[in-house]
Ligand binder design. Structure first.
Ligand SMILES: C[S@@+](CC[C@H](N)C(=O)[O-])C[C@H]1O[C@@H](n2cnc3c(N)ncnc32)[C@H](O)[C@@H]1O
Ligand SMILES: [Zn+2]
Ligand SMILES: [Zn+2]
Length: 386
């Protein structure tokens, strides 16, 4: 199959993001269930979000003190993001234009490569992008790759959509027949979106050279956030009413076998090397690859023996991110307006209260290494009251 052209990708995605408001895009991340995975695996060093769209995660990670840059093929979106960074008083080199299949980034320089819903959009398949990810990551560097799950019931048009919107079924059926008979032509604008099983994605990532140390499906609740939701106001109203009962139930299922049907595949993988950067202390030391058999991230021998490092436990193989608090209603803000760690007065952040944590925290405390891993693994809040 021929390769999806960069200029087609630029046109398609510039169209998608064109009318979206930057602040709205930012706010949407407070209800992102997978944040606990994204934050858990963030090491020190240079991060890149490859295919960042409106850049909500870039802004958020930047707020948390990480050295992150966003890259996207859509020139107009990158420009919009840069303008927005300036509005926020941030540096204007947070974003750059580029193609994830051919990055203008030196080899072995990146510690965290984040790719959310990008590599499934190439007619020629995901390998070129994954090999580039491998090239730019440093030994011990972490790749976080997420794509849609073929087993999700949120393939709305096909399933949940058909249950909730039965009147759409005949229309879709007729359309299919017209395509089959060649009476109606499919719009061919280079658009592809592959949906894989988790296992398939894992195989792609391993074939690029990575060691996959963790993988999961996440996002049962997202099943109910499909495109049909906005067009069907009545369904939306009902959904908002039943959310407080339905969502905690889905959370229970999320911790069981049924997570298999979540909307996302997530694969976490390490670029191996003779020496690797330790996730905890960042030192480049002779790796014992076997540590990766026990841990999801590279850990040096002295960090393994550091008995004060209780966070280490969260990174053992098979440990799922710890989810301390789930709020389904707008929290009543009775908390004291001071940082829970240093007691200085804090103003709520403009897009995500308390930086998304369940503790009040100030700009300085959130950036301290000594707090970061504990906050990310123990105090991440989840809000879904929109
Ligand atoms: C589904 S969106 C995800 C956006 C963002 N990661 C998020 O989760 O909010 C996919 C993004 O990948 C970008 N993209 C697609 N192909 C790309 C390529 N070859 N190089 C760089 N970016 C690409 C698109 O422009 C789009 O912004
Ligand atoms: Zn270490
Ligand atoms: Zn503080």
């Amino acid at each position: 199959m021929s390769k999806t052209l960069s200029k087609d990708l630029d046109t398609i995605w510039s169209d998608v993001w064109n009318n979206l408001d930057s602040l709205e895009a930012l706010k949407s991340i407070s209800s992102d269930e997978t944040m606990r995975w994204k934050l858990k695996y963030a090491p020190k060093g240079r991060h890149i979000e490859a295919g960042c769209g409106m850049g909500p995660y870039v802004f958020y990670f930047n707020k948390l003190g990480f050295d992150i840059k966003g890259l996207d093929i859509s020139e107009s979106t990158v420009k919009k993001n840069i303008d927005f960074s300036r509005e926020l008083g941030l540096t204007d080199n947070l974003f750059m234009v580029g193609d994830v299949r051919n990055l203008n980034i030196e080899s072995n320089s990146i510690s965290y490569y984040i790719s959310l819903g990008v590599i499934e959009h190439f007619a020629e398949g995901p390998m070129e992008a994954l090999k580039e990810a491998y090239r730019v990551l440093r030994p011990g560097g972490i790749a976080y790759i997420s794509t849609p799950n073929v087993l999700s019931l949120a393939n709305t048009e096909e399933f949940i959509g058909s249950i909730l919107l039965p009147n759409e079924i005949p229309k879709r059926f007729v359309r299919k027949i017209l395509y089959a008979l060649g009476i109606k032509k499919r719009k061919d604008n280079g658009w592809v979106e592959r949906r894989w099983k988790l296992r398939t994605l894992k195989n792609f990532v391993s074939n690029a050279g990575f060691i996959v140390t963790e993988s999961t499906n996440v996002g049962l609740k997202k099943t109910f956030e499909g495109a049909w939701r906005h067009s069907k106001k009545n369904w939306n109203k009902i959904l908002l009413k039943i959310k407080p009962f339905l969502f905690p139930f889905l959370d229970k299922l999320e911790d069981s076998y049924f997570s298999k049907f979540g909307v996302n595949n997530i694969v976490m993988a390490i670029k191996p090397g003779k020496k690797m950067h330790c996730f905890f202390c960042d030192n480049l030391s002779l790796s014992s690859k076997s540590n990766l058999a026990d841990f999801q991230v590279p850990v040096c021998n002295s960090c393994i023996n550091d008995h004060d490092n209780f966070v280490l436990n969260y990174y053992k193989r098979g440990k799922r991110p710890f989810f301390s608090q789930r709020n389904y209603h707008k929290p009543k803000s009775k908390a004291k307006p001071t940082c829970s760690l240093c007691n200085v007065k804090v103003k709520d952040d403009f897009f995500i209260p308390n930086f998304g944590f369940s503790k009040k925290i100030c700009n300085d405390c959130v950036r301290l290494d000594s707090n970061s891993l504990i906050l990310r693994n123990k105090f991440l809040a989840y809000n879904n009251y929109r």
